[in-house]
Write a protein that binds this ligand. Sequence first.
Ligand SMILES: Cc1cc2nc3c(=O)[nH]c(=O)nc-3n(C[C@H](O)[C@H](O)[C@H](O)COP(=O)(O)OP(=O)(O)OC[C@H]3O[C@@H](n4cnc5c(N)ncnc54)[C@H](O)[C@@H]3O)c2cc1C
Length: 594
Amino acid sequence: MATTTEPTVLRGGEWLLQRADPDTVFTPERLTDEHRLIGQTAQEFVEQEVLPKLDRLEEKDWALARDLVKRGGDLGLLGVDVPEAYGGVGMDKVSSLVVSEKLARSASFGATFGAHANLTIVPLVLFGSEAQKRKYLPTLLTGEIIGAYALSESGSGSDALGARTKATRQADGSFVLNGEKMWITNGGFADLFVIFAKVDGEHFTAFLVERAFGVKSGKEEHKMGLHGSSTTALILQDVKVPAENVLGEVGKGHKVAFNVLNFARFKLGAMCGGGAAGAIGESARYAAARRQFGQPIASFGAIKHKLGEMVVRTYGIESLLYRTAGLVDARIEATPHAPTDGSAALAAFEEYNVEASIAKVAGSEALNFVLDENIQIHGGNGFVRDYPAERHFRDARVNRIFEGTNEINRLLIPGMLIRRALKGDLPLIPAAKALQDELLGPPSLPSTTDEGVLADERRACDAFKKTALMVFGLAMQAYGQKLTDEQEVLMHLADIAIDVYSAESAILRAQAAAGRRAPRAALHADAARVFVNDAALRIEATARQALAAMVEGDTLRTTLAALRRLLKVTPTNTIAARRRLADEAVSRGGYPFA
Ligand SMILES: Cc1cc2nc3c(=O)[nH]c(=O)nc-3n(C[C@H](O)[C@H](O)[C@H](O)COP(=O)(O)OP(=O)(O)OC[C@H]3O[C@@H](n4cnc5c(N)ncnc54)[C@H](O)[C@@H]3O)c2cc1C
């Protein structure tokens, strides 16, 4: 299927060094009819068929979970990322994003669906042999068999390559697996597992393992949330796996694991964005209906502040998600490949792995914020089970833990950017040097070429990028190879990078809305303005802490003076802007940009 994204393709991480044109950035407002149709299908499925049965899922009715996956198969939702030649619907990544957002209305079923579609079907499509695809994809796509992905073990979660599960090679070429996997989504009822084990205790490898080969499930975990999804250990005792069930190559399991995670992290971010937008609707409707002191609580400034901020953070994450999906699609489209060849998608997700980690971290944290405020707006009703707010809150907490914890993803963000810089793929080092010269020279006049909507914010975002470069450059200078040991500095760098990408994505989307004279263009501008205003405060605080750890005395004073010069961002009236956004959410009874 053709995508509508523009051909200008920034490479991964390049947004840190250069500006993008609003016309080249994909936004939710540019969805095609085809995107909207698959979104509507997913939404109706969840609203009409999943949500009414949530209690049964939470009572662990796995026959129902299987039926619902099957129903997702009937509707084509399982095959969005699968080429038509293999029975899928072969849509673009914007479509995957839209489907993930809609599935977020039921986080438990979203986890079941994700483990099946994103963590089993996708690795099979990307790494499977022709024979493996022909054998397993047809029944996975109809939902007749259910998939699961088993990487983690009790002793190796973040340190996935430290797995102890062993695959012993047999004389006939087959393998015998022994070990135990932990916290496996769909573990209680899946039929086919992507299992990672070390061949002869050394070569990390992915295998396609049928339950019938001898996989046993442990008991269901008692979890804080996601009660409607199955999470169990897997016990592998002398499980014989034929040679042809190696997924990818022996010793190349890390390629399968990490590439799949790039894609899955992005989709998790999408689910978080969708969840946040849905919760804003719940809050807005409750705030309009609930009366205290003789008036709806929605009329109180404190509640407007909450609603407005929920909208702003959701706008930020949504903007970066759509921008990233557009980049991935454009990249895939610009790479000549046969429709059945997954290597273009693989390369595209590798290219945008920094952006995928940003989507995961920013999405899960924005969602946590929104769901916490959703409870607060519901007061006592937020704390009891009569309303969905408490369930959402419990369900969402794990998003910061799985698909790589947010700490691991935060380490990856600057780590991957620096690796690219050192390989010469991203001119971060010369840019940091040029900035150093600029900052040591006489103060330059502010750029006067910017005019029109959000011109100040655009300039502020340029300053954010310079701040990022300044901190990256000094960190590389101060620590050299040892920077990997300085996790606190890396976390600060990640936070600055996340704010740069989110803020710029929000500005570009709002500018595109203004350019089209979209009906809610002024509200788009409000959301972007508030985001940028607060990002400036966060970035300054973060940069100061990082700089003070790296330099001292006169050098620190000079550096802080340069930072102040850079980040001279005039505050905007965020109270008025948040009120407008909150009022719109209340009058629409939902997220204003849906
Ligand atoms: C509901 C649920 C479903 C899951 N589903 C699946 C599934 O389907 N398949 C699967 O394979 N796994 C699954 N997992 C496992 C999940 O991926 C892991 O829990 C996760 O990767 C974290 O690993 P861990 O729990 O061992 O934590 P640890 O790795 O022990 O981490 C503990 C803390 O230490 C931090 N930390 C660890 N290493 C570092 C480091 N180098 N530097 C700084 N901080 C560090 C972490 O960020 C975290 O805060 C699931 C987990 C849950 C809870």
